[in-house]
Design a protein around this ligand. Structure first.
Ligand code: AMP
Ligand code: MG
Length: 190
């Protein structure tokens, strides 16, 4: 096991931030169930608190514990997860995800990434990682470790994963009403 991955998981458990590769762009991650950890993402990125974060899960069972997983979600997830698709679902009443991460909405943006390193981190962490793109808000997204460094300097542990496969963000689809809504075009074309 890569030493840096073990280090990254320790940082997440302590409520810190890490940067890691996904198949789309590099993410700036924090423990999605910890308010103080998630708050740090908004502050360091200069991201407005009303712009909710995508939550990254290891598997579908953990998504089902947090959200109302409807039949449309079943169909899309079977076809596109793990992968660059983010699905907006209704939050369960007993969801443990930070309300700061979801900007107090009653919905959660869910994704199961396919990137090998992202999966390793999620598996070892055994939790959920809230992670927007690893860049200062309104600046270009980071598709390599070098880009992350340009945004945040050496202060944040960044796991090396080469250039990201897609280089653009995940497609975001809202499945909380009868008709699915495409909220953001991205790596998957419908
Ligand atoms: P980013 O992580 O910055 O690449 O972007 C995440 C995208 O997902 C943004 O466009 C958010 O507005 C959107 N998003 C995250 N959570 C939700 C949610 N609960 N409902 C609707 N859109 C969301
Ligand atoms: Mg972004």
């Amino acid at each position: 096991m890569n030493k840096n991955i073990i280090k990254a998981v320790k940082i997440l458990k302590k409520g810190g931030l890490i940067a890691f590769p996904t198949e789309t762009v590099y993410g700036l991650g924090a423990n999605a169930e910890c308010n103080t950890a998630v708050k740090k993402i908004f502050v360091i990125k200069k991201r407005p608190f009303f712009n909710p974060l995508i939550c990254h899960f290891y598997d579908i069972d953990s998504v089902k514990k947090q959200t109302i997983f409807n039949s449309q979600a079943k169909l899309l997830s079977e076809n596109f997860w793990p992968g660059p698709l983010t699905i907006i679902l209704r939050r369960r009443k007993n969801s443990t995800i930070s309300k700061i991460a979801t900007s107090e909405l009653d919905t959660i943006a869910c994704r199961i990434p396919s990137n090998r390193i992202a999966k390793k981190i999620l598996k070892l962490f055994k939790g959920i990682i809230a992670a927007p793109s690893a860049n200062i808000s309104s600046k270009l997204t980071s598709t390599s470790k070098k880009h992350v460094r340009k945004n945040f300097g050496q202060g944040i542990l960044t796991i090396e994963g080469g250039n990201t496969k897609f280089g653009i963000e995940s497609t975001v689809i809202d499945l909380t009403s009868k008709n699915p809504k495409l909220l953001r075009p991205g790596a998957i074309n419908f």
